[in-house]
Design a protein around this ligand. Structure first.
Ligand code: FAD
Length: 302
């Protein structure tokens, strides 16, 4: 079957794109590895208009209910491995199938960035993790380190300081870079130590993490601890899109209409070069992408 539109991803961008496509009565398909994306992993959300406070899982449930209201069917647990656009036909390949459409929206978001230091791979899920919301409770009463002083690291620290015995928040640059409102809460917490100008050089342990090596202004030391949370940002998931223009950060380049360099392929949300990665921004971009795809199809017909 030739779809009008295939949406890749079901985070805020993909879900909003799908709601708009349903309202335009487009013949479309949503393919996603999971529903909610990073939002499902978020802790407390206080900046999505209309909700003064909502948790990530609750907002994901609301998103899912919104899709169900429009009878949207989606293929979950399916990973897109290749997207090509040739002569007006967009081909979307997953492990088991190939789908075709006149347009596609890539809304595949982002994944955790890795440190690339000795011990990181060996101790992944053995004390080292990339998601405080997912794994924080496993470290109740333990000594842990959060690596990264941007918003992800600060948010992880805020969660962990309520669970862990102690938290070392480690930032390579001279100052924490995340929002001041979070920094202020962290600086007064009794069980948090902030280490700026500090690089983590190795993760240590035998079967499980038992410590980390750090270097502060050239001075090396070992910190004994049981948990390491790597929170140094995200990498866009864009590698499956063949021939698509990306910037130096591997973000898909789009214009103000969410068009990529390939006719018929649009992109939205964290996978794109739109500055600022936020739920409300991703959702807004998702709606714009569908409206642009809709107009593109109308132009093809006329
Ligand atoms: C811990 C944490 C806390 C955050 N807190 C906030 C906050 O308080 N407020 C805020 O505004 N923002 C917050 N953010 C950022 C926000 O969650 C993201 O900006 C937003 O989710 C991006 O939406 P997206 O739809 O572009 O991508 P994502 O949410 O990353 O969704 C991507 C979707 O694509 C799917 N996918 C990926 N690759 C493939 C593939 N190959 N094939 C098929 N499907 C694929 C995924 O399964 C998922 O469904 C937080 C992020 C994190 C990680």
């Amino acid at each position: 079957m030739m779809y009008d539109l295939i949406i890749i991803g079901a985070g805020p961008a993909g879900i909003t794109a799908a709601v708009y496509a349903a309202r335009k009565k487009m013949n479309f398909l949503v393919i996603a590895k999971d529903v909610g994306g990073q939002t499902a992993l978020s802790g407390d959300i206080e900046n999505y208009t209309g909700y003064q406070f909502i948790t990530g899982p609750d907002l994901t449930m609301k998103f899912e209910e919104h899709m169900k209201k429009y009878g949207i069917n989606w293929k979950e647990n399916e990973e897109v491995v290749k997207v090509t656009g040739v002569s007006g036909v967009i081909s979307v390949k997953t492990a088991g199938d190939t789908y075709e459409a006149k347009t596609a929206i890539i809304a595949s978001g982002a994944r955790w960035r890795e440190l690339g230091i000795p011990g990181e791979k060996e101790f992944k899920n053995k004390g080292l993790t990339y998601c405080a919301t997912c794994d924080g409770p496993l470290f109740a009463g333990r000594d842990v380190a959060v690596i990264g002083g941007g918003n992800s690291g600060l948010e992880a620290t805020l969660q962990l300081m309520k669970i862990a015995k102690s938290v070392r928040l480690i930032e390579a640059s001279p100052r924490l870079t995340g929002d001041r409102i979070m920094q202020d809460k962290i600086r007064i917490a009794e069980n948090v130590t902030v280490l700026e100008n500090t690089k983590v050089t190795a993760v240590l342990g035998e079967k499980l993490v038992s410590g980390i090596k750090i270097n502060t202004n050239g001075k090396e030391q070992t910190l004994p601890l049981q948990g390491v949370f790597v929170e140094i940002g995200l990498m866009p998931i864009s590698e499956f899109a063949e021939g698509i223009d990306r910037n130096e950060y591997k973000e898909i380049k789009i214009n103000s209409r969410n068009e990529t360099n390939i006719p018929g392929i649009f992109a939205a949300g964290d996978v794109t070069d739109v500055p600022e990665k936020q739920i409300i921004i991703a959702a807004g971009e998702g709606s714009k992408a569908t409206l642009s795809a809709f107009r593109y199809l109308a132009r093809q017909k006329s």
